[in-house]
Design a protein. Structure first.
Length: 570
């Protein structure tokens, strides 16, 4: 009987790029010993991806690299990437990097019609062997084949180049410009490459966004969606948006809100660690004040906090919170509180999400605040904002980071969409609204929901004063109306006055009763004394009567005896 061969799953060797997020999308990096094509339009970031691939290989993995450029001279390339903190000149001096500029004379190729890559292979082979390079970058391939018009020769030379790189065993990154309706200008490079990554730089509503997509990856699984990426002074950050699943761990630990009254509304303990909290309300209800108290309490516990402000500057927030007794500056000075302030229209929603991810990964906070998220609507549609928040909440829960969102209610359709779109995502929802009575406008706070914990269903009056934030019970008037502010204080005063009057009245009655009691006790004592006297007199009468009877009987007996004795003598 023939034995069936077992299916053995092999793993394709991969070379990590060191670029934040890209290795996660590609499930480990680029194919080792194979060419990868980065293609895109002008300004998409192809050269920067290639350079960071080389630099990260040298710095993070100890793999020397070669950069073969056909467009920019070595000096220009060094200056262009210096703003990102890459010192290519130093790496060259250390023998870890080799930069070679190759000039291709297109007119010579067009005149002679001859094209041979043998000289290029010799030059590249020498550069690789001189430093023992493991990584190679060719930037850009259009300049290498720009003078060729014969498609047959072009295809043959492309295959020859890619085959030579494979035989050499180096992990190569090749950059190419996007064509009209094709991934590359010639439309051939993507077919001979083992891995193709498309970079896109688009502008929607005057907002610029860069995105990345893995078009193909032979022999490996990979993310297939579009991923936003950010180019900053520290390099490139790519945000994977589909790698997180609903498999996050949960905590039973509670986190105080910093407001004793609000903690009491949740069994006196606050929110769960790693949960998401939404604080919504109209303008001026104190949403930022609640967020600031939440941050202040965390900093006092020596927990690092990250505050994303989309409406006010950090200096303005610190100044304003000083009016309610909060000193946030000391937490900033201690390195526990970090602000990141920007207008939502600075860049697209995806870039905001990339920035938030990057800051969180850098600072590793325990508490994050986004204030307010409704401003993000100006940078995108509500479904896009909801998508961003879903990914952000998943990311924060995965890292057990507690997040508080503030949202502005405008009593408009946008507000209703915001509540419906965001409130269903969060674990707890706190709402503040104005209560207007007696020509006054006061604040009422209540908890709409708090998953997994017992919480109060009552409305509390929310008070903001120089001493901070406080929650008090809402009073009901005689007719059942809610009393807040001066009306509540008047009711409290009336109740206190009534209690005092009742106490005074009861005290006066107690004194009257005490006096009556003493008078009656005196009367009782007098009657008892009179009764005792009469009783003694009556007893004395009884004794005298008994004594009189006894004497009379004694005398009668004596008389009778004398009478008997006289008769005998006679």
């Amino acid at each position: 009987m023939a034995l069936r061969k077992k299916n053995i799953k092999t793993t394709l060797p991969k070379t990590p790029t060191g670029i934040t997020g890209l290795d996660e999308i590609t499930k480990g990096g680029l194919p080792t010993g194979r060419p990868t094509l980065f293609c895109g339009g002008a300004g998409a970031g192809k050269t920067l991806f290639a350079i960071e691939f080389i630099v990260r290989g040298v710095i993070d993995y100890g793999e020397p690299g070669v950069i073969l450029t056909f467009e920019e001279k070595a000096e220009d390339l060094q200056m262009n990437v210096a703003s990102m903190g890459y010192d290519l000149q130093k790496l060259e001096k250390d023998g870890l990097l080799k930069i070679d500029f190759v000039h291709i004379d297109r007119s010579e190729i067009e005149e002679t019609g001859e094209y041979d890559l043998s000289g290029l292979f010799i030059r590249l082979d020498h550069a690789i062997n001189s430093i023992g390079a493991k990584r190679v970058v060719l930037d850009t391939i259009e300049n290498l084949f720009g003078g060729l018009t014969n498609e047959g020769i072009l295809r043959a030379e492309l295959r020859r180049l890619f085959a030579w790189l494979k035989e050499k065993g180096v992990t190569a990154v090749i950059t190419a410009e996007k064509g009209d309706g094709t991934l590359t200008r010639h439309g051939l490079e993507e077919y001979v490459s083992d891995c193709v990554i498309l970079l896109d730089h688009r502008v929607n509503d005057q907002i610029s966004t860069r995105r990345l997509r893995v078009v193909k990856y032979r022999g490996s699984e990979h993310g297939t969606n579009e991923y936003p990426f950010l180019i900053e002074e520290n390099g490139i950050s790519v945000l994977p948006i589909t790698s997180l699943k609903l498999e996050n761990k949960v905590s039973t630990q509670r986190v105080s809100t910093g407001i004793a009254g609000m903690d009491m509304m949740m069994s006196g303990k606050g929110f769960y660690r790693g949960s998401s909290v939404l604080v919504s309300g109209t303008a001026g209800t104190g949403k930022t004040s609640i967020a600031a108290n939440f941050v202040d309490a965390a900093c006092k516990r020596k927990e690092r906090c990250l505050y994303f402000a989309f409406e006010e500057s950090p200096a303005q927030i610190i100044r304003n919170m000083g009016s309610i007794g909060l000193d946030l500056q000391k937490h900033v000075d201690a390195g526990l509180l970090h602000f990141h302030a920007s207008r939502p229209t600075l860049y697209g929603l995806e870039m905001h999400l990339v920035t938030i991810h990057k800051k969180i990964q850098e600072l590793k906070p325990r508490i994050v605040v986004l204030d307010p998220i409704t401003n993000l609507i100006t940078a995108g549609l509500m479904p896009e904002v909801k998508s961003i928040l879903i990914r952000l909440i998943d990311f924060l829960q995965h890292n057990q980071i507690t997040v508080m969102f503030t949202a502005l209610n405008l009593n408009t359709i946008v507000s209703e969409q915001t509540d419906e779109g965001v409130s269903s995502l969060v674990d707890a929802w706190v709402t503040i609204r104005y209560i207007e009575t007696n020509a006054e406008r006061n604040r009422g706070l209540y908890i709409m929901k708090s998953r997994g914990m017992k919480h109060s269903n009552k409305i509390r009056e929310f008070i903001i004063s120089d001493d901070g934030l406080d929650l008090v019970d809402v009073y009901n008037g005689p007719d059942g109306t809610i009393l807040t502010g001066s009306a509540r204080e008047a009711q409290q005063l009336a109740e206190a006055t009534g209690a005092e009057m009742r106490s005074y009245t009861l005290g006066r009655k107690d004194k009257q009763i005490d006096r009556k009691r003493k008078v009656l006790e005196a009367k009782v004592a007098s009657l008892q004394e009179e009764f005792a006297t009469i009783q003694d007199e009556l007893y004395q009468s009884y004794v005298e009567e008994d004594l009189r009877k006894e004497i009379m009987e004694k005398n009668r007996s004596q008389l009778s005896q004398k009478s008997s004795n006289g008769k005998r003598k006679n």
